[in-house]
Design a protein around this ligand. Structure first.
Ligand code: BG6
Length: 489
């Protein structure tokens, strides 16, 4: 082993968890199949969480064998890595299932049996992959099953559906769990490139001095999806794009972009700075929100023919503090759009241009800007005007680009849920959201929730309703990109 590899190993060792029983609520649901089970499989075959047993539970009345079959199919379909059959056999033996209908006693018995099979100081991790309205019943069940001590609990988003329900849910949690046991997950914060925003901003001298309203013109956080409902109508109909994506993921990313440097890259200090951003946000103005619904949504199974649920949303957010006053943040996301992308684009203020000759092309492709791509294959690009070779002075938009996939560290990436489950098992709250932050975001959202503008139709495969252009004028949406990311030669 090289000296570097040995150092990496020693570093990774620090994150190895104590033995755990994970209780997965919603174990047969969409999120469990797409992300949680493949993530837990990967973690448990890695050195990071070697002693883990999983008790799945959900409303489905199935047995261990059926659950193992569901998990196997899910991991083969959704895992991003090759699955070694021997690894699978070892993992599968640690999977149990108990129907939620069996009540607290059956759950307690299944957990106790799994605990017994592990050695050492065994901890519990409860993962609530359930919709907001089912969360209270699960909390009660855990209390009755006496599964609160030595445990931590991961709560899925959206956390409540408005300020009142989020406050109630927080109060209910605190009746059973201490805040230090609670991990409110927002998987966008677990994405490697999202954490890279912090490294990029705070570990370099170049950008932080210009990270403010004197140099930045506006910011776009743009997360269009090609995906449609994927069989999730029961979740999506009462939720919609704003609660599914904006009040959760997009606002959390906005906080990483906008926060002041924390005193430490640690949980309390980061939450404090993020919450200050949320406190400085202006309440959303429904006149600066475009809600859309793709044509055909109302015909989807499980969707009301009169549904007013938005499958698309674009809005302008503002942060009224000394760093950001006057810099609009434009956010957009939606289903069934032209492309699946997750970008943050920072447009710098334009310089004086009159010195350039007519037809030089200065400014012709929008302002110079910095772009973060939040895809697992993380990328960062800095676009700028440079001279086109040859006589005279004509300008082209050029770029400096970094792609994680092109480095020899690409294989070390932990998928967002893997990273966050690992952190929760280690009791690290740094990448989780707080009760205070979430409640403030519902407050910021209240004017929109109370008075939503009517949904406008848009075509499947488009970029949303036409009104998105008025929303952002005189600027323009960066997507679709004029030029594609450069591929490695
Ligand atoms: C989830 C939303 O939280 O995030 C989904 O419920 C959305 O509707 C998904 O598709 C997007 O996440 P990712 O990691 O695929 O960008």
């Amino acid at each position: 082993m090289t000296e570097h590899a040995a150092q990496d190993h020693a570093y990774a060792d620090k994150f190895r968890t104590a033995p755990h029983v994970i209780v997965l609520f919603g174990a047969t649901g969409d999120l469990a199949r797409r992300k949680l089970l493949p993530g837990m499989f990967h973690l448990s075959i890695s050195n990071l969480t070697p002693d883990v047993r999983i008790v799945g539970t959900s409303l489905e009345d199935i047995d261990d064998e059926a659950f193992r079959a569901i998990a196997k199919k899910a991991c083969h379909e959704f895992s991003t890595r090759e699955i070694d059959p021997e690894d699978w056999d070892r993992f599968e033996k640690n999977l149990r299932y108990v129907p939620q209908g069996g009540g607290p006693k059956a759950l307690a018995a299944a957990v106790a049996e799994q605990e017994k099979a592990l050695e050492g100081d065994v901890r519990l991790l409860h993962y609530l992959s359930v919709p907001p309205k089912a969360a209270m019943a699960v909390l009660q069940m855990l209390d009755e099953a006496k599964l609160v001590k030595r445990s931590r609990i991961i709560m899925e988003k959206p956390f409540g559906t408005d300020l009142e329900s989020a406050t109630k849910l927080n109060a209910a949690i605190h009746q059973t769990f201490d805040e230090s046991q609670v991990f409110r997950i927002d998987h966008f914060l677990g994405k490697e490139p999202a954490q890279n925003i912090l490294a990029f901003r705070f570990a370099n001298g170049l950008f932080e001095p210009i990270w403010n309203r004197n140099f930045i013109d506006h910011i776009q956080i743009d997360v269009p999806e090609k995906l449609s409902l994927e069989g999730r109508a029961a979740f999506y109909e009462p939720t919609g794009a704003f609660k599914d994506m904006v009040v959760t993921h997009l606002f959390q990313i906005l906080a990483f972009m906008a926060m002041e440097p924390p005193t430490a890259l640690a949980s309390g200090a980061i939450s404090e700075e993020k919450n200050k951003v949320f406190r400085s946000m202006r309440l959303l103005d429904p006149r600066e929100v475009v809600r859309g619904q793709y044509r055909g949504y109302r015909d989807a199974p499980g969707v009301s023919p009169e549904s007013d649920t938005e499958t698309f949303i674009a809005l302008k957010a503002e942060i009224d503090n000394w760093r950001w006053a006057g810099v609009p943040f434009y956010l957009r996301t939606g289903k069934c759009l032209a492309e699946g992308q997750r970008i943050i684009s920072i447009a710098f203020r334009e310089p004086p241009k009159s010195m350039f000759p007519a037809n030089s092309g200065v400014g012709a492709h929008g302002p110079d800007h910095l772009t973060f791509d939040l895809a697992d294959a993380s990328k960062v690009s800095l676009s700028f005007y440079g001279k086109r070779p040859g006589p005279g002075m004509r300008l082209d938009k050029l770029s400096l680009q970094f792609a994680l996939q092109e480095t020899d560290r690409a294989g070390d990436v932990l998928e967002a849920y893997e990273r966050l489950i690992l952190d929760a098992m280690n009791g690290d709250h740094t990448l989780f959201t707080t009760a205070e932050g979430i409640e403030r975001l519902w407050e910021v959202s209240a004017p929109l929730l109370n008075d939503p503008p009517p949904v406008k139709g848009y075509d499947v495969g488009s970029w949303g309703p036409n009104a998105i252009h008025q929303l952002i004028a005189p600027h323009a949406w960066r997507l679709p990109f004029e030029r594609v990311w450069r591929a490695k030669k």
